[in-house]
Design a protein around this ligand. Structure first.
Ligand code: GUN
Ligand code: ZN
Length: 428
């Protein structure tokens, strides 16, 4: 069945940083998005498309709003929802003092379901329609997450954490149980409806070489699943990896030697990377999740986006809840801009909104499926409201072009400015 949505409309066709800026996106002051059975059928100027559209098709008109693809969060921990804003520590102490004790609760499936329900409601309210999500070490945490995401008909990627050393006993699996549980979850959930599985070694310090080897084996046996882990977030963490894996040539090499790099591998943070590591990420098609809110909160450092772009590394935005302090992708863009300012690098609003939508889809190897309005893409989209707050509304009066509008949305915007979220065409 056909449906149509009318209003100002924006989506990306390619990376503005790579080719011609003007050709990287389509923007219609008065656009029409036509959806057929939950998928994008056509997008264009309302005046042109309306003349050929069957008059019986229902049209929803979003005036004074901006219709765009749903945001994509390429790194987030659903079990850390209720421990957001835990005071005072950098990464390693934060994990030990707050995170590990907290994640213990997710051995309980019912607890996982309750938190997953709340987490996904928050994400949708913030306009995020797809995310790459950490569970905990417990397979029940992933069962709970997928159960709720499936009910909501969402495209979500999740995995059970692998960690068999340098963590509390109550949170530890073994190389073999981690492999067995992940395999069972892949068989049950991967590519069921819109759900996909990510093999999820927490990070090199909490994984033995045997566990990483088994993760590589699992990937070789299931090449369409993801790898999702952390990389070079914090200087003490990097020194620890060096001590734990003295025979490897740096942090990324630990993952590389275990065959964990590739088109569906996503590494969170990558704040302190050497050029040769970026080069390797680029040539393997691996992605980095840029998590500015988390990097500032934990004092981890300032991600070097220019360096990643130089080596053609795919980059998406991540909120990294609960080290990140917001579910809002608009607020995350705000933090991203400011981190680049501190590096004396300019991050343009066009580039920011690309990274939050199509860039995220490319990072997740889901281009053509989500992230823009090409024909056949899943119609997950949002409507941003310029007038949800008095301040933004006033600021918008002095706005001259699309770039300025996007910049103001990203500096002043948050959940309040997400007027509607649609999943497969349906408003939720
Ligand atoms: N590195 C290993 N585990 C974590 C985690 O839970 N959060 C963050 N930000 N970094 C990590
Ligand atoms: Zn994380």
């Amino acid at each position: 069945m056909l449906k149509a949505y009318r209003g100002e409309l924006l989506h990306f066709l390619s990376d503005p940083a790579k080719g011609c800026l003007e050709e990287s996106y389509q923007h219609f002051d008065d656009g029409l998005l036509i959806i057929k059975d939950g998928l994008v059928e056509q997008v264009g100027d309302a005046s042109e498309l309306l003349s050929t559209l069957d008059p019986s098709v229902e049209i929803t008109h979003y005036e004074s709003g901006l219709i765009m693809p749903g945001f994509i969060d390429t790194h987030v921990h659903y079990p850390q929802t209720e421990m957001i804003a835990s005071y005072g520590e950098q990464l390693l102490e934060w994990l030990e003092n707050y995170t590990f004790p907290f994640e213990r609760q997710f051995e309980d499936f019912e607890h996982g379901k309750k938190v997953a329900e709340f987490f996904l409601t928050q994400l949708l309210a913030a306009g995020t329609t797809t995310a790459l999500v950490f569970g905990t070490v417990h397979k029940e945490s992933v069962e709970a997450f997928f159960t709720v995401a499936q009910q909501k008909k969402l495209r979500m990627i999740c995995g059970k954490v692998l960690m068999d050393q340098n963590c509390p006993d109550y949170l530890s699996d073994t190389a073999q149980t981690g492999y067995d549980d992940s395999k069972a979850l892949i068989e049950k959930w991967h590519d069921v409806d819109r759900l996909q599985y990510a093999i999820t070694p927490r990070f090199a310090p909490t994984c033995s070489a045997e566990q990483l080897q088994k993760a590589g084996q699992l990937l070789a046996e299931n090449p369409s699943v993801y790898i999702h882990t952390h990389l070079s977030e914090n200087k003490d963490e990097i020194a620890w990896v060096k001590a734990l894996f003295p025979d490897n040539d740096g942090y990324l090499d630990v993952y590389d030697q275990h065959k964990l790099l590739g088109r569906r591998s996503v590494f969170a943070h990558g704040v302190h990377l050497h050029d040769c590591e970026c080069e390797r990420l680029g040539e393997t098609g691996s992605a980095i999740a840029f998590c500015p809110s988390s990097n500032l909160f934990l004092g981890s450092g300032l991600f070097n986006l220019k360096q990643a772009q130089k080596y053609n590394v795919n980059v998406g935005y991540g909120t990294d809840i609960g080290a990140g302090t917001t579910f809002s992708m608009l607020s995350t863009l705000n933090e991203g801009y400011k981190t680049q300012q501190l590096r004396a690098d300019k991050l343009s609003p066009i580039q920011s909104f690309y990274l939050a939508t199509l860039g995220g889809a490319v990072a997740l190897d889901l281009e053509g499926t989500i992230g823009n309005f090409t024909k056949g893409a899943e119609a997950d989209f949002i409507v941003l409201d310029y007038h949800a707050t008095e301040l933004m509304s006033r600021r918008m009066q002095h706005c001259r072009n699309l770039s300025e509008k996007l910049f103001i949305l990203s500096m002043l915007g948050d959940e309040r400015h997400v007027k509607a979220t649609h999943i497969m065409g349906e408003r939720v």
